[in-house]
Design a protein around this ligand. Structure first.
Ligand SMILES: NC(=O)C1=CN([C@@H]2O[C@H](COP(=O)(O)OP(=O)(O)OC[C@H]3O[C@@H](n4cnc5c(N)ncnc54)[C@H](OP(=O)(O)O)[C@@H]3O)[C@@H](O)[C@H]2O)C=CC1
Ligand SMILES: C[C@H]1O[C@H](OP(=O)(O)OP(=O)(O)OC[C@H]2O[C@@H](n3cnc4c(=O)[nH]c(N)nc43)[C@H](O)[C@@H]2O)[C@@H](O)[C@@H](O)C1=O
Length: 328
């Protein structure tokens, strides 16, 4: 468990989730937070990463640094997504082990589950079927990260856990027109339509895929909650050695809200939040991706954590954040 003066490294502290973890820890009175920007420490550089760990000896690590993007970014830059994610996570996990990190949370993604996994997707559905092609390189990197945490736990007795967030959104999101995820992309498109008086907004794909969305500050809260679990609960999440237990139990924990929405309905909600009452047009030349990605969050709920922010509240806050970036 964390102490207020524990040395805690938040990797990716300027990103959507990392910044929310940093704020959460800082607001809760943790005083010894370690951070480095990408420019200060490139985590794909093994030597620099090991030097940083050896010098600063973090006790706890939140691994929220990654190459991240929406469906088209994943599909356009597959080489970057697989290479950078494999390297970042391998360097951080290995350096953490070499330097005696007590607990590490590796942030994966719900896209690790098979494209047609039963819904809602349970932790045990990992590696049970083919992946969605638009993000397979990213998903395979994340699966390798889970396996690395699991292998190090088995071989070296480390306590590394992989948390699988559903799709996230919130303050500090990436609002890039092509490379972002659906919520920041649609916030931007609806806002632009409002500003320019356009009467139509184009939504990618057919509108029929369903997604689950978690507010980034809830995600951060879940990460801090899990990092703070007492040993008797935390240790049960670390995965078992199949050769001993005979069971497939990876060190995995789904983090989500347990409810989903179609992209068409999501567009309606964002339109209402922004105040756009024009028409929606669907661009079927853009990929739909996985038909449905709904997490089973029974395990997380049984530990005593639930998401607090409703979509309505979350979207209002996210839109306010977008407007701030436009005024800056
Ligand atoms: N956003 C989402 O919907 C989802 C995200 N996730 C996972 O959650 C985690 C956080 O994602 P999110 O906050 O959205 O991502 P962001 O893109 O917002 O932030 C990523 C962070 O990683 C840092 N980073 C990237 N490459 C490097 C590198 N080579 N060396 C050092 N730092 C690097 C960036 O640093 P800098 O700011 O200095 O450039 C940035 O702070 C990731 O593991 C992601 O896969 C999982 C599911 C959904
Ligand atoms: C979090 C998750 O994010 C990625 O997967 P994804 O869930 O498919 O992510 P997305 O947010 O980009 O799209 C969700 C849905 O929304 C539709 N959609 C409509 N209109 C826009 C739009 O304007 N932009 C975007 N991006 N999508 C749109 C889009 O066509 C799709 O059907 C992974 O690659 C991987 O990175 C990952 O782990």
């Amino acid at each position: 468990m964390l102490a207020k003066d524990s040395v805690i490294y938040v990797a990716g502290h300027r990103g959507l989730v990392g910044s929310a973890i940093y704020r959460n820890l800082s607001d809760a009175g943790y005083t010894n937070l370690l951070t480095r920007t990408h420019a200060e420490l490139d985590l794909t550089d093994a030597t620099a990463t090991e030097r940083f760990f050896a010098e600063h000896k973090p006790e706890f690590v939140f691994l929220a640094a990654a190459k991240v993007g929406g469906i088209v970014a994943n599909n356009t830059y597959p080489g970057e997504f697989i290479r950078e994610n494999l390297m970042i996570q391998a360097n951080v996990i290995h350096s953490a082990w070499k330097n005696g990190v007590k607990r590490l949370l590796f942030l994966g993604s719900s896209c690790i589950y098979p494209k047609f996994a039963p819904q809602p997707m349970k932790e045990e559905h990992l590696l049970t079927g083919p992946l969605e092609p638009t993000n397979r390189p990213y998903a395979l990197a994340k699966i390798a990260g889970i396996e690395m945490c699991w292998s190090y736990n088995r071989q070296y007795g480390t306590k590394y856990l992989s948390v699988m967030p559903t799709n996230l959104y919130g303050p500090g999101d990436n609002y890039h027109p092509e490379n972002s995820h659906v919520i920041p992309a649609l916030i931007r498109k609806f806002d632009q339509a409002l500003q320019t008086g356009a009467d139509t907004v184009t939504v990618w794909g057919t509108g029929s895929p369903r997604r689950e969305f978690l507010y980034s500050e809830d995600m951060a809260d879940a990460c801090v909650f899990v990092m703070n679990l007492p040993d008797e609960k935390y240790d049960l999440l670390l995965g078992s050695d199949e050769s001993v237990s005979g069971k497939f139990e990876p060190p995995l924990l789904n983090v989500g809200v347990g409810e989903d929405v179609s992209i068409r309905d999501l567009a309606g909600l964002i339109g209402n939040t922004v105040g756009f009452d024009g028409k929606l047009e669907f661009d079927a030349t853009k990929p739909d991706g996985t038909p449905r990605k709904l997490m089973d969050v029974t395990k997380l709920h049984s530990l005593g954590w639930r998401a607090r922010t409703s979509m309505d509240q979350g979207l209002k806050r996210a839109y306010a954040d977008f407007r701030k970036t436009q005024l800056a």
